[in-house]
Design a protein around this ligand. Sequence first.
Ligand code: F6R
Length: 367
Amino acid sequence: EKAGFDHFMLKEIHEQPKAYRDTMMSRITEDGKSVELKELGMTAEFIKSIRKVHIVACGTAYHAGLVGKTVIESLVRIPVETDVASEYRYRSPIITPDTLVIVVSQSGETADTLAALREAQRNGARVLAITNVVGSSIAREADHVLITWAGLEIAVASTKAYTSQLVAFYLFGLHLAGTIGAQEASFIEEVITSMKQLPEQVESILEQSAVLKQVAESISHHKHLFFIGRGVDYAVAQEGSLKLKEISYIHSEAYAAGELKHGTLALIEDGIPVIALVTQEELYEKTLSNIKEVKARGAHVLGIANAGTEEEVAKSVDELFAIPKTLPLLSPALSVVPLQLISYYASLALEHDVDKPRNLAKSVTVE
Ligand code: F6R
């Protein structure tokens, strides 16, 4: 049932190109010009009435929601807040009838996320669920449902569900932008064209697994490491850090690159590994100067950059992994893949139970 792979996690990482195609293709019109989400049952009138969006989820799904915030804000220019569900439900969030609440959950059964959904509905908001399980509690109770067609995810560490959630946010953001007229038709078409290239681009990253295995093996000798980035790179850094912690048990922190000098830089010492995401071209000079700060304190830096800028970034880092070129907004759908593989191989090198990490359950139905 692992289809020749040693672990479900590795199998699921390799299923991402298919998960991308399955989640996106039926929702893109044949001419490749727009996204159609009739299944949502959301009228244009309702879409036009949305004044703010709250995204609520836990763990990895929350990290997808951090990317979702940037996607919706940049495509639609509606304010978006992203919260972890266990905080949201107890902080008296300001929910009004013109708030759209989006809950994100692979399993559709996470207790805190389900409670947040109910809290939102009690306050008169409509809830859109992005979930991987048709007929789950969250799918049944939500007002609108967008299914991620990632297929069954068995490994406790979520991979293909996360990346499919990113695709769901791209689709939903484009659907909103198209309905409201928030973006030029030509730009929407450009994003769609780039999205269609993602499956093959992920395949080309998977072909470079051997390099990432080596990186993971050297990381596995360390007790602490850092992930840094700006913008959506920071969101991906948080997901990379969580993945590494949960299956390799190595302590890591994700930091907004510009925030290091406000305290955390004190922890950078000789030899500490830092994984720096540098995919956002308009922020890239800034991140390079943060890389210089950590290098000056002895950090060993792996840069993850876009093809095209990799030669420039390579000058500032010790090692470089290039991801295929895509639009800045879409880069998380590629840049997370090397981080998933690094976590996988680090766990393997440390001989941990990759698919069933200690203390964790696949579905968290208790608070
Ligand atoms: C991490 C992981 C968890 C889940 C979280 C939410 O790899 O899998 O952080 O993302 O427990 O689960 P769902 O998405 O089922 O609500």
